[in-house]
Ligand binder design. Structure first.
Ligand code: RM4
Ligand code: MN
Length: 389
């Protein structure tokens, strides 16, 4: 056991969990956005807040941007600002869901002019990646239809493939295209990239730099997400995660809050294949928004939830599991997994933080830092950042 604890700590020390810039801005439901005090007014302030998460957890060293929400004049200056704060700019997320022209879709739109506009936006995102040094372009499309007969489902697949291939061709040597899928919303009859199979098929057609992203909130209830993880890992097509928690749909709440056991099961598949550290090439990202809870501590808590699930997954006694599996010991195999899940890993993680020169309790350390009060008093005036819908 102590050997497993030591090697778990090593992996945990190398883990990076990317935070989303939009988690720090105001957000809400379609009913109401409850504005919070001290919210960032621009991407520079979002990066400063994200840096706090890294400061207290030591594991959130990169921050995803969303374009145009995080549009700035000078991306090199933004990257330099990130570095000054101790973080770096990670994935660039595209946004083809908020322009009036995209009412009937973006990359799948029947009008080639609208598709051109959407494609140009995606190409602009790659330009931004060049300026920020980002490796990943993350694509999520709100495309789909609401009514049978509204558009040709098959033609829309062709249009999608054509745009993806143009964007793929623009990627640099070390850049990747991460394709996200989502079952429904904002379209409810059909979605153009509804599931992992569709995303996988398009990625395979494109080439090795195209990979699938699993957003944990984008499935039908009851979907076995760990199966998708295992399948994509085996095929070398798992590009990353957008972690969050769902209870009904795409809730985007704190990862590991409603179903920590699901998060553990996902991380178990990854631990089995040594796919947790940065050398795995899998981007571990959060895609969350914090509507009623304070944002920075919510992101800190989320990072800690991922760390706890990871630690438990790393503690699985793999030799005992394999022995039980090969001998057909159903209950024994299940017990090995549950033993790890039921282990209290909080002390292990506190020890690791102390070894890393961090406070053992990131939530308390952040609360004591005074940062929350500082931003409340310093960020007066201006327009608080939000989803800009
Ligand atoms: C989408 C999708 C994308 C994210 C936006 C904010 O539902 O999950 O990853 O960029 O929301
Ligand atoms: Mn997402």
């Amino acid at each position: 056991m102590s050997e497993r604890i030591e090697s778990a700590k090593q992996v945990l020390a190398s883990q990076n969990i990317e935070t989303p810039s939009w988690a720090f801005g105001n957000s809400g439901t379609r009913f109401k956005v409850f504005a919070q005090q001290g919210v960032p007014r621009d991407p520079f302030e979002k990066l400063a807040d994200a840096a706090q998460v890294h400061r207290f957890t030591g594991t959130a060293g990169s921050v995803a941007l969303h374009i145009p929400w995080d549009k700035v004049e000078d991306y090199a200056a933004l990257a330099a600002h990130a570095a000054e704060q101790g973080v770096r700019i990670g994935t660039i997320n595209s946004n083809t869901f908020q322009d009036d022209d995209f009412m009937l879709g973006s990359v799948c739109h029947p009008d080639p002019g609208v598709r051109r506009k959407a494609t140009d936006h995606l190409l602009e995102c790659v330009d931004i990646m060049d300026a920020t040094g980002s490796a990943d372009l993350k694509l999520w499309f709100a495309d789909g239809t609401n009514y049978p007969g509204q558009d040709s489902i098959a033609d829309r697949q062709d249009r999608l493939a054509e745009v993806l291939s143009e964007v793929y061709g623009r990627l640099g040597e070390d850049q990747r295209l991460l394709l996200e899928y989502k079952l429904f919303e904002p379209s409810f009859y059909h979605t153009d990239v509804p599931d992992w199979g569709t995303a996988y098929a398009h990625c395979t057609e494109l080439g090795p730099k195209a990979q699938v992203v699993i957003d944990t909130g984008h499935h039908a209830p009851g979907t076995n997400i760990e199966f998708i993880v295992a399948f994509l890992l085996r095929q070398g097509r798992l590009g990353g995660f957008d972690f969050n928690s769902r209870f009904y749909a795409d809730d985007d709440l704190m990862v590991g809050s409603a179903d920590p056991f699901q998060l553990f099961r996902i991380l178990h598949e990854l631990a089995l294949r040594e796919a947790i550290g940065p050398s795995s090439g899998i981007a571990y990202m959060l895609d969350q928004c914090h509507n009623i809870e304070p944002k920075i501590p919510a992101v800190i808590r989320s990072v800690m939830n991922v760390q706890e699930a990871t630690a438990k997954a790393l503690l699985v006694d793999r030799a005992a599991l394999e022995a039980a599996q090969t001998s057909g010991d159903v209950l024994g195999a299940n017990a090995v997994l549950m033993d790890a899940y039921n282990t209290d890993v909080r002390a292990l993680l506190s020890d690791l933080r102390v070894e890393q020169g961090l406070d053992p309790d990131p939530m308390a350390a952040y609360a004591a830092s005074g940062y929350a009060d500082d931003i409340k008093s310093n960020r007066q005036g201006g327009q608080a950042a939000g989803w800009g819908a």
